[in-house]
Design a binder for this molecule. Structure first.
Ligand code: MGD
Ligand code: MGD
Ligand code: SF4
Ligand code: MO
Length: 709
C-alpha cells in the first residue's frame, strides 16, 4: 500500500454519481492534520464542472463521526470497540456455524454499485468461493436492472450509453424520459446546450423539474404524463411513426428482427387513446414523433423515472423499440441510451455481484462461462453455486426460517433505500448475524452485530466504469484514518479464516489484472486494459479485448446477438391497479434532490448540503392541497399499505394535481421507503419506486411557523 505524499496533486474522480466528474485533489497540510481540496478537472464529460456534492466531497473524509475501529454488538444492545482479529474471528466462526447448521445459502451478501470494479469482483468471488452461497445481489437491482434487462434482450449487450457523452452536443433532438439531470448530474446539462439552441430538447416528466425548465423559451418541449404511463406514451409515439410512414424501413430490414409483432402491438395505440391514458394531448404526441423522425441527429435517453416501475423493463423496451423504428441505434449521429446512476453502476453490474452473473457480464448458468471463470479462480467449475435471487427477494428471505440467517453488506444502506423499508429493517433484526462494512454508522450499520470500518474513495486505489462505459482510475490521494482496513483486505482475511479455495489478493492492481483475465471473451471484455494503460490517460471504453483499442461507439456494424441483429420486442401494457385520484388518494413518486446522494449517509454529514433541506418536503400542487385541506408549511403524513411517512408540505405548481413527490434521502419517520411497496418487475426484479398510491392527511398545521416561532 503506497503512502500519499504531501504537496502532490492527484487526478481522480468524484465519489458519487456515474458521471464520474474528473477532479484534482490537492493535499493541504496544517499543523494539526492533512486534508484535501477539490477542484474540477477538464474532462470530456464534465469539462471542468462539478456539482455541489462534488465540491464538498472532501469534507466527508474528515467528518468527525468516521468509524475508525470495528464494533461488536454487546448483550445490552450497544456497540463496543473490538480489534480486527476479534471482529473477523467472530464473523468467521459465526458464518461457519450457520453454514454447518443451515447450508451455504443461509449466508447472504448485499453489494453496491458504488464499489470499485475490484471490490465488486472480489465480493462476487468471495460469495461463491469463500461462502459457497448463491445468495448475492446488490443495490443496482434498484437502479439499472430494468434498463439492463431491456438492453440485453434488444441488443444482446448492456452498456448504459453505447456512445460517448460528447456525441449529444451535436444532436438536433434529445428525448429525455424520466430523468432530472439538472439535479442528478448537473454538469451533464452542458451537453444539452447545442440541442436547446436548436429548440430540440424534449423532457418527459410528471413534474416541471429544473430539467423540464431547460425546455423553456423555445428550447424544446416539456411533456407531463401521469406517472407510470410512459409505456403507453411510447406505444403512441411508435404508432405515429409507423402510421405516418416515418419509420426507417431500410434500417429495420437490414439490422433488426421483430417489426411485424411490434407493428401489431402499436396499431391499437392511436393518439386519442394514448391521450386518454397518459393525459398527453394528441397534438403533442404527433409533434414529438415528427420531431424525432425529422432530426438529423436524435437521441432517446431513459432514467429512473420510467425504469423504476413494475413494468420498467417493458417501458425501457418500448423506448428502445421507438429508437429502432427510427433507425437511431448504431448510427454515428443518433442513439439510444440509459443514464447509469451510481458511481460504478456500470462496472458494478458487470463483474459478478449480481445473483445470476459471473465476471465479464457472463451468465452463471452458462457452462462455458463457469469453466472459464473457474480456471481463472483456480477451482473446479462445480463448486461455483448456481444463480441466486434478485435483491428484493433476497431481502425478503432475511430471517425467514430455512432461508437467510446471516448477511454481509458492502456499500448499501438498505434500511433507507430498499422498498418497504420497515419490513427490511424487521428482516435485518431477525438475522443471527449482520455484518456491515461502511465508513459511517449508517442506518443499516446501526442494526448490525458487527460493523467494519473501511476507507473512503480518496483513500484507496481502484477503477470505476462510468455511464459511458469508460474505465477510469480512482487514486489514493490521502491516507485513511488509522484503524480502518480496506475491503480487499477484509475479504482476504475472511476467506483465509473460512479456508476458501482460490487467491484473494490485497492489491487493487493485482485484483484488476485478475478481473481482466476473468472477463476475457465475455460480453464486458476488459482483457486489454491495465493500470498503465489507464494511467496513460487513454479513453478506454469496453469491450476492450487484448489487442484492441476499445469501443467508444457500440453497434455500428452489428448488435451483440448471434445473428448481429437487434430485437424489436413485443410489449403490451399490463392491466394496472386503479390510478390514484379516487377517494382522495394521490400517486406518490420518489426521487432525488440536488444536495443529497442516495440514502444520504454521506451528504447528510456535509453542513452546506444538509441545511438546504433539513427536513423532508412533499411537493404538492395547490389544487391537490386544497382538496386535502393542507397548506404550505403543514406537517402531513402519507400512508400506504406498507406504512406511514411524515413530510412538510411544500406547495408547488410544478407537479400534476394527482401526484405528490418525496425525496428518499432521509431517515426515521421521514424515510420515503416506509410507504413504497415491494412489488417488482417480473423480468428485472426492479421495485416500483415511482408509483405508490397514498393517502395524505394533516398531522400538524403550520409546523414551519411553529418551529420558527
Ligand atoms: N443529487 C443526486 N444525484 C444523483 C443521485 C442522488 O441520489 N442525488 N443518485 C444517482 C443515481 S444512483 C441515480 S440512479 C440517478 C437517478 O437520476 P434520475 O433518474 O434523474 O433521478 P430520479 O430523481 O430518481 O428520477 C428522475 C425523474 O423521474 C420523474 N418520474 C417519476 N415518475 C415518473 C414516471 O412515471 N414517468 C416519467 N416520465 N418520469 C417520472 C421524477 O419526477 C424525477 O424528476 O441519479 C444519480 N445522481
Ligand atoms: N424510494 C426510492 N428508493 C430508492 C430510489 C428511488 O428513486 N426512490 N433509488 C434507488 C437507487 S437508483 C439506488 S442506486 C439505491 C441506492 O441506495 P443505497 O444502496 O442505500 O446507496 P447509498 O446511499 O449510496 O449507500 C451506500 C452506503 O455504503 C457506504 N459506502 C459508500 N462507498 C462504500 C464503499 O466503497 N464500501 C463500503 N463498504 N461502503 C460504502 C455509504 O456510506 C452508504 O452508507 O436507492 C434506491 N432506492
Ligand atoms: S455530477 Fe455526479 S460525479 Fe459530478 S460532481 Fe456531481 S455527484 Fe460528482
Ligand atoms: Mo441508482
Amino acid at each position: 500500500m503506497s503512502t500519499a505524499s504531501t504537496g502532490v496533486d492527484t487526478a481522480s474522480h468524484c465519489p458519487y454519481c456515474a458521471l464520474q466528474c474528473a477532479m484534482t485533489l490537492t493535499r493541504v497540510s496544517t499543523p494539526v492534520d492533512v486534508t484535501l481540496s477539490v477542484a474540477g478537472r477538464d474532462f470530456p464529460t464534465n469539462r471542468g464542472g462539478l456539482c455541489k456534492k462534488g465540491w464538498t466531497a472532501a469534507e466527508v473524509l474528515s467528518s468527525s463521526d468516521r468509524l475508525t475501529e470495528p464494533l461488536l454488538r454487546t448483550e445490552d444492545g450497544t456497540f463496543r470497540p473490538a480489534s480486527w482479529d476479534e471482529a473477523l474471528d467472530f464473523v468467521a466462526a459465526k458464518v461457519h456455524e450457520i453454514r454447518e447448521e443451515s447450508g451455504p445459502d443461509a449466508v447472504g451478501v448485499f453489494g453496491g454499485g458504488g464499489l470499485t470494479n475490484e471490490k465488486a469482483y472480489q465480493l462476487g468471488k468471495f460469495a461463491r468461493l469463500a461462502l459457497g452461497t448463491s445468495r448475492i445481489d446488490y443495490n443496482g437491482r434498484f437502479c439499472m436492472s430494468s434498463a439492463a434487462a431491456a438492453g440485453m434482450r434488444a441488443f444482446g449487450l448492456d452498456r448504459g450509453l453505447p456512445f460517448p457523452l460528447e456525441a449529444l452536443d451535436d444532436a438536433d433532438v434529445i428525448l429525455l424520459l424520466g430523468t432530472n439531470v439538472a439535479e442528478t448530474m448537473p454538469p451533464f446539462i452542458g451537453h444539452l446546450e447545442g440541442v436547446r439552441s436548436r429548440g430540440g430538447l424534449i423532457v418527459v416528466d410528471p413534474r416541471r423539474t429544473p430539467t423540464a425548465r431547460l425546455t423553456d423559451d423555445g428550447a424544446g418541449l416539456h411533456v407531463q404524463p401521469a406517472p407510470g404511463t410512459d409505456l403507453v406514451l411510447l406505444l403512441g409515439l411508435a404508432h405515429v411513426v409507423l402510421a405516418e410512414g416515418l419509420a426507417d424501413l431500410a434500417y429495420l430490414e437490414a439490422r433488426t428482427v421483430g417489426l411485424e409483432k411490434v407493428r401489431r402491438d402499436v396499431a391499437a395505440w392511436w393518439p386519442e387513446r394514448v391521450q386518454s391514458v397518459t393525459g398527453v394531448p394528441v397534438a403533442t404526441i404527433r409533434d414529438v414523433a415528427r420531431r424525432l423522425a425529422a432530426a438529423d441527429g436524435a437521441y432517446v435517453l431513459t432514467g429512473r423515472g420510467v425504469e423504476q416501475h413494475a413494468d420498467g423493463t417493458d417501458t425501457a423496451t418500448s423506448a428502445i423499440n421507438l429508437a429502432l423504428l427510427l433507425g437511431l441505434v448504431g448510427s454515428d449521429t443518433s442513439g439510444y441510451g440509459t443514464l447509469t446512476g451510481q458511481g460504478n453502476g456500470q462496472g458494478g453490474r458487470e463483474h459478478g455481484q449480481k445473483a445470476d452473473q459471473l465476471p465479464g457480464y457472463r451468465k452463471i448458468t452458462d457452462p462455458a462461462a463457469r469453466e472459464h471463470v473457474a480456471r481463472v479462480w483456480g477451482v473446479e467449475p462445480e463448486i461455483i453455486p448456481g444463480p441466486g435471487v434478485p435483491a428484493v427477494e433476497l431481502l425478503g428471505e432475511l430471517g425467514v426460517p430455512g432461508r437467510i440467517r446471516a448477511l454481509l453488506v458492502h456499500g448499501s444502506n438498505v434500511v433507507i433505500s430498499a422498498p418497504d423499508a420497515g419490513a427490511v429493517r424487521a428482516g435485518l433484526r431477525a438475522l443471527d448475524l449482520l455484518v456491515v462494512s461502511d465508513f459511517f454508522l449508517s442506518e443499516t450499520a446501526q442494526e448490525a452485530h458487527v460493523v467494519l470500518p473501511v476507507p473512503q474513495w480518496a483513500e484507496e486505489e481502484g477503477t470505476m466504469t462510468s455511464l459511458e462505459g469508460r474505465v477510469l482510475r480512482r487514486r489514493r490521494a490521502i491516507d485513511p484514518p488509522p484503524g480502518v482496513r480496506d475491503e480487499l483486505w477484509i475479504l482476504s482475511e475472511l476467506a483465509r479464516r473460512l479456508d476458501a479455495p482460490g487467491r484473494f489478493d490485497l492489491d487493487a492492481e493485482a485484483v484488476f489484472d485478475e478481473l481482466c483475465r476473468a472477463t476475457a471473451g465475455g460480453p464486458a471484455d476488459y482483457s486489454g486494459i491495465s493500470y498503465p494503460l489507464l494511467d496513460s490517460g487513454a479513453a478506454v471504453h469496453w469491450p476492450y479485448p487484448t489487442g484492441s483499442t476499445g469501443t467508444p461507439r457500440l453497434f455500428r456494424e452489428r448488435f451483440a446477438h448471434d445473428d448481429g441483429r437487434a430485437r424489436l420486442v413485443s410489449v403490451r401494457p399490463a392491466s394496472r391497479p386503479e390510478p390514484a385520484g379516487v377517494d382522495g388518494t394521490l400517486t406518490l413518486i420518489t426521487g432525488r434532490l440536488l444536495e443529497h446522494y442516495q440514502s444520504g449517509t454521506q451528504t447528510r454529514r456535509v453542513a452546506e448540503l444538509a441545511e438546504v433541506h433539513p427536513h423532508m418536503e412533499a411537493q404538492l400542487h395547490p389544487v391537490a392541497a386544497e382538496r386535502l385541506g393542507l397548506t404550505d408549511g403543514d406537517l402531513a403524513e402519507l400512508t400506504s399499505p406498507s406504512g406511514t411517512v411524515q413530510a412538510l408540505v411544500r406547495l408547488s405548481p410544478d407537479i400534476r394535481h394527482d401526484t405528490v413527490f418525496l425525496p428518499f434521502h432521509y431517515p426515521d419517520l421521514e424515510s420515503a421507503n416506509l410507504v413504497t411497496r415491494s412489488d417488482t418487475d417480473p423480468i428485472s426484479g426492479m421495485p416500483e419506486f415511482k408509483r405508490t398510491v397514498v393517502q395524505m392527511r394533516l398531522v400538524q398545521a403550520n409546523l414551519v411557523e411553529a418551529r420558527n416561532a
